[in-house]
Design a protein around this ligand. Structure first.
Ligand SMILES: N[C@@H](CCC(=O)N[C@@H](CS)C(=O)NCC(=O)O)C(=O)O
Length: 225
């Protein structure tokens, strides 16, 4: 049982403004908060993620990973699913309800997140600005297509299934990466996202992620000059 282990999540001690509140350890923190499972945080100094210590926990040199006693896991989806299996808040007890939640968790990661991540790649990280400008409309259309499907699913309902599950947690974590102006064209999706992030567990996880960023802002600002 996770509750019987000492848990620690990896996270960054600082990230640039565009990433603050979006780093993927937030999903894991949120799931642990919903489940009421205590945990600690191993803060990585920004820039050290590709070093041997983190590579031993996360083969791609990323966050998050979760240390659980002697064991360890990486990939936010896998970790969040592992946590959900020990939480009535995140998963119902019936097989059909659990299957539906797992389907939505994968839908968030495999169907909705890819075009959203691609847009971030084009707008923030791409060095080929001409290619980024040319491809942007196609990727925005791909995001809108996914949002339209979610709009249909969510019209007249509070959650993706008949109650809040880990599928909603992951879908909301992914939807937070979409520009609010774009989401504004999808009222059911916008209201759904607001409902998800109004949960106390989310608000605590977010505040905990942001705290070290504020504390370390001045140090990183002076390093970058
Ligand atoms: N598929 C991975 C993605 C993890 C990921 O993209 N992590 C980012 C932060 S949100 C990261 O650590 N980036 C730093 C880097 O790649 O150097 C997961 O969901 O855990």
């Amino acid at each position: 049982m996770l509750r019987d282990c000492e848990l620690s999540v990896t996270a960054f001690d600082w990230v640039p403004g565009f990433a603050q509140g979006l780093v993927r350890d937030l999903r894991v923190r949120w799931a642990l908060e919903e489940a009421g499972i205590p945990y600690g945080v191993d803060l990585l100094n920004q820039g050290t993620q590709g070093g041997a210590a983190n590579l031993a926990r996360q083969p791609f040199g990323q966050v998050p990973s979760l240390r659980m006693g002697d064991g360890s896991m990486f990939e936010s989806g896998a970790i969040v699913w592992r946590i959900a299996q020990e939480s009535d808040v995140l998963l119902p007890s019936d097989a059909a309800g659990r299957d539906a939640a797992l389907s939505w968790l994968f839908a968030a990661l495999n169907t909705v997140e890819p075009p959203i991540s691609m847009l971030a790649q084009l707008e923030i990280f791409s060095t080929d600005k001409e290619a980024a400008t040319r491809l942007r409309p196609e990727i925005v259309d791909a995001i809108r297509l996914r949002l339209s499907a979610l709009e249909r699913e969510l019209s007249g309902r509070d959650w993706l299934t008949d109650r809040f599950t880990v599928g909603d947690l992951m879908m909301a974590a992914v939807l937070r990466m979409v520009d609010r102006d774009m989401l504004g064209n999808f009222p059911a999706v916008s209201a759904y996202l607001d409902r998800c992030i109004d949960r106390p567990a989310f608000r605590k996880a977010l505040a905990d992620q942001l705290r070290p960023f504020a504390q370390n802002e001045a140090r990183y600002a002076s390093m970058m000059q």
